[in-house]
Structure formats: structure tokens, C-alpha cells
Ligand binder design. Structure first.
Ligand code: FEO
Length: 390
């Protein structure tokens, strides 16, 4: 599929995988995007998951016929993009792999010895394809150490790797102007929260570095090609990486027999009575973790509630706290509530997690024993009201 003069989309859709990285739900599927730049010499930008190699090769041959590929630019080594490198080398034995020093180390580790033809590039280095020129910029830790981006000089096209990508398979169109983009922007938030959420400082560094480029089109490795919505895609990543939120409350809880659930409903009610209108309640035993994380990245306040379980925090809540502690979501107001039957531990342990999360605790944790009474439910409502205050 031609995107613009000399640039073709040769990626594939995956509507089979249930969980990306075996972790994150894929209700709309995912695409693995790869591109060809066809000039006097031909560059393939990234590959696809090896499970789709046959379709990928067909896509390449539809564009190139029997013409060889001169370069394979490897922007990112995670196997959803690098997985077909070994087979591409078999089908195109003279191809030269283009990557940075870390890329080549990883290629060697995943796929065996480097070829003497392979090319190691540094930040800002150019590669001429004839009349077109590629330029490489290192963008480490987006979200692996070898990540880099490739810029097609003169045309303003950025091959950005995972950056500016999103979940969601492509439904008959590749360019944003040919589709309803709203589901993809929602998927972008879920993608950012799950895949890049730990790496906000490197994302900000990359955005700063790329800000001097004239970017007219973004060809990422997942989701639509951004042509009409380049600014919105960049702004979404900037907003998320800077921890910018909108006013709203996410109430997350685990509950075995409904007592913590009642407290969660009371927190939500208290927030609404205090004037907050965007309130989302997640039962962590039911809600997909990726949706929960995306909502937490979006909204300014968070309430977390758990019963004490085996002397610790109820596991589904403990899991969320672990994930939050390893992500950059400190710019939040936080409320904690936790119940117990004979010995309290959850509220204290949840508060300890906040030493890593570094959120602003709006009140001391709310605790109760066995079933919450009117006082406990009143305290939960008051917690919701406190969280509703900006
Ligand atoms: Fe889409 Fe980090 O691989």
C-alpha cells in the first residue's frame, strides 16, 4: 500500500493475539507496521512478528517484485518488530542491517553473528539511498535501550518505532485521514500507560530532541500513519509523558465479600456529591489492567481500597500498586481505604507503596473492621469529597 511518493506500507494486522507481551488485552487487535522506501536503493524499515512473515513477504514482493532490498533499518529490537530478521536475511542474503551499537549486540543475541556488511550508525548519521536520504536519531529507552528513529530528509517523514504508536489493528486503511481516528487515540493512551508509562523522562527527552525536525508524517510501528493528526499524536505523548491529567477520580478496589466494594461506592458517591463529574470505579478482579492504568494516567485523583489478605494487601490491588510504583504517575491526589477482619495490614502497606509512587495523600488512610458501619461509610464519602477538591 503506497503512503506517499516512494514510501510503502508493508505491515500486517494481528487479530489473533489475546494479550500483547502476554500481559495487555487487545480487544481491537494490533498492527505491526513496516515500511519500504524505494529509491535508487531500497530500505526496509523494521519487520513484523515472525508469525506473520508469509504475509509480510507477500506485501514486500507486491511492491518490489524480484528487486532486492539493500538495507534493513532496525529501529527497535523487540520481537514484534525484529522477529522476522532471520527470515528476511534468508530471503535477501545481501541485505545490510542498519542499527546502532546496541541494536547489533541484540541482533547477535537473538539471531546469531553479525554480517560484515551490516552498518552501525550514530546519532544524526545520514544514509543516502540515491535521491533520498535517511537520518538516524538515537532515542534510548523508548522503551528499550537500543531504540532509535529514522527521518526521511526533505519529506518530513519520521519512522518513529513504538513512539506515537497505539494498539488497534488497521481496518482497511493505513493513513489517518482515511479512518475514524478516535478509537486509536483511546488505544494510544492504553498503549502509553502499559508500554511506555515507566519511561516518561526518556519520552520527554526524545520529544525535545525531535522538536527541531519538520515532521509532516509519522510512520510508527503500531496503528495508523499520522498525516493529518501529527500534532495531536505528538501532543498526546507529550501530555502523558509530562503527567498532565484532567480532573477526574478513578476508584480502584478489590473485594472478596462486598465490604470493600461498599466503601468504594461510598468514595465515588462522596466525590460526586462534592461536584466531581468524571468518576470511574474499577473492580480490579474484573477490569482489564490496561484500562485501569490508562484511566489513572488520564485523571487527576486516585482512590485505592483493599481488604487485608494473608497479612498483606489483597493480591489484585497489590498487583496494581506494584505496577504504579514502577510507572511515572506521581502527579496525582491519592486516597487509601482498607478493611480487615482480625488484624489490619492493608492500609499501612498501601501507604508504604506511596513512598515509591510519590502521590499526594489527601487524608490519612480510612480503615474499618469487618463490615463498614455508618461511621466508616461516612469517612469513605469524606475521602471522596477530599479527592474531588483540586
Ligand atoms: Fe512494539 Fe516495543 O515493540
Amino acid at each position: 500500500m503506497q503512503i506517499t511518493d516512494k514510501v510503502y506500507y508493508v505491515g500486517v494486522n494481528d487479530r489473533v493475539k489475546h494479550r500483547f507481551e502476554s500481559l495487555w488485552a487487545l480487544p481491537l487487535g494490533v498492527s505491526y507496521n513496516a515500511y519500504l522506501v524505494v529509491d535508487e536503493q531500497v530500505a526496509l524499515i523494521d519487520t513484523v512478528d515472525v508469525a506473520y512473515f508469509g504475509e509480510f513477504l507477500d506485501n514486500i514482493r507486491t511492491v518490489l517484485g524480484d528487486r532486492p532490498i539493500d538495507y534493513l533499518v532496525v529501529n527497535h529490537m523487540e520481537p514484534d518488530h525484529s522477529g522476522s530478521i532471520a527470515l528476511i536475511r534468508q530471503y535477501y542474503p545481501k541485505i545490510k542491517l542498519v542499527g546502532n551499537k546496541k541494536t547489533h549486540e541484540m541482533v547477535q543475541g537473538f539471531f546469531g553473528p553479525q554480517s560484515p556488511r551490516d552498518i552501525t550508525v550514530n546519532d544524526g548519521q545520514l544514509l543516502s539511498l540515491g535521491s533520498e536520504t535517511l537520518q538516524f536519531f538515537m532515542a534510548p529507552m523508548l522503551h528499550w535501550p537500543e531504540t532509535m528513529v529514522t527521518y526521511l530528509l526533505g519529506r518530513g517523514i519520521l519512522f518513529s518505532g513504538d513512539a506515537f504508536g497505539c494498539f488497534g489493528a488497521l481496518n482497511g486503511a493505513v493513513l489517518d485521514r482515511d479512518m475514524d481516528i478516535e478509537p486509536y487515540f483511546r488505544e494510544m493512551e492504553r498503549y502509553y500507560a502499559t508500554i511506555l508509562g515507566k519511561y516518561c523522562p526518556p519520552v520527554r527527552a526524545a520529544l525535545k530532541k525531535l522538536s527541531g525536525l519538520d515532521i509532516r508524517m509519522i510512520c510508527s510501528t503500531h496503528g495508523p500513519v499520522w498525516a493529518e493528526h501529527v500534532d495531536r499524536a505528538i501532543d498526546t505523548y507529550r501530555r502523558l509523558s509530562e503527567g498532565q491529567t484532567e480532573e477526574g477520580l478513578v476508584v480502584c478496589y478489590g473485594s472478596m465479600y462486598g465490604n470493600t466494594a461498599r466503601m468504594a461506592e461510598a468514595v465515588a458517591r462522596g466525590a460526586v456529591q462534592a461536584g466531581m463529574r468524571k468518576v470511574i470505579v474499577h473492580n480490579l478482579a474484573v477490569s482489564p489492567m490496561s484500562e485501569v492504568l490508562a484511566d489513572i494516567f488520564r485523571y487527576s485523583a486516585l482512590a485505592i481500597g483493599a481488604p487485608t489478605y494473608n497479612g498483606g494487601i489483597f493480591p489484585a490491588v497489590d498487583d496494581l500498586l506494584k505496577r504504579l510504583a514502577s510507572r511515572q504517575v506521581s502527579n496525582h491526589r491519592l486516597g487509601i481505604f482498607g478493611g480487615h477482619t482480625w488484624a489490619s495490614a492493608a492500609p499501612r502497606l498501601m501507604e508504604q507503596y506511596n513512598e515509591q509512587m510519590k502521590m499526594q495523600l489527601v487524608e490519612a488512610p480510612v480503615g474499618w473492621k469487618q463490615s463498614p458501619d455508618a461511621d466508616a461509610l461516612g469517612a469513605a464519602k469524606a475521602l471522596g469529597a477530599a479527592l474531588a477538591r483540586p
